[in-house]
Ligand binder design. Sequence first.
Ligand code: BJW
Length: 256
Amino acid sequence: MEQLIRRAAEILARSRCLVVFTGAGISKESGIPTFREAQEGLWAHYDPSELATVEGFRRNPRRVWEWYTYRFGRIEQVTPNPGHRAIAALERYLPRVIVITQNIDDLHRAAGSSDVIELHGNWRYYKCLSGHTGFTRADFADQTDVPPRCPRCGALLRPDVVWFGEMLPAEAIERAFAESSACDAMLVVGTSGLVQPAASLPLYAHRAGRPVIEVNPNPSDITPLADIFLQGPAGQILPKVVDTLAIIAGEGGPPR
Ligand code: BJW
């Protein structure tokens, strides 16, 4: 493992532009459950077709709203873990670090990452079924309806996250594809690589001939194309990668 970490850090040290692509696994050590892990994943206990589709929301808006209220209550209580902080620390050593995340928890920004592309939305925002966007909890704090109603048109409000069958925010996914094709290397952390179109981003980097480094305790759908697979929890592996990068930077200096 030490040698693999050294090789990974050497690749990062040579990168003028690094894309870090993350999934639910990066936030697990903060106390947020993943989706597809056999015992602990959310989808082992809840039905995604009822809770993460607009059809499920239309069938039972209260159930979906309450499930998200429960999850957001948990997100509100957690803080970034050493994995998030190590990713933010990469900016000390590399000229450009772009974080592309499937997570809605905003923990990369909380850790200090400055360029974060969110593919599946953000827990702080809400939109209505008629398409009005940009609401926060303050906008419906005085309502008693569950779910509350759009302050502009009265339609049902829902979290501004991407459910199955919905398009990803166009600007975010277009930029994600462009950055993944143009980066010098990609670091993939804590995703099963099963949900499209996000899961194809590492393929873009790989096809462009860029090294792909993966961090995950378990092999994923990304692992076959990874040049280096660092098997273990992100909160343990990533700080070691950054420590090694710091040593390399001290030896020769990072690209600036
Ligand atoms: C650790 C760790 C530690 C654990 N450290 N790691 C057939 C083929 C291809 C595609 C499709 C298909 N049928 C349908 C589709 C499309 C569908 C899709 O991909 N489905 C597949 C599941 C089959 N995709 C969509 O619908 C997307 N939209 C779309 O395609 O639009 C075009 C279109 C429109 C209309 C019709 C058809 C197409 C939208 C996808 C939206 C996903 N939404 C969710 C919920 C977000 C809001 C919320 O949070 O509630 O996004 S679902 C969930 O999955 C969430 C995640 O972002 C996403 C990805 O999951 P992730 O992050 O990879 O988590 P896990 O749990 O899968 O993996 C965790 C990993 O962490 C594991 O590997 C662990 O080992 C690891 N780990 N501890 C590091 N300590």
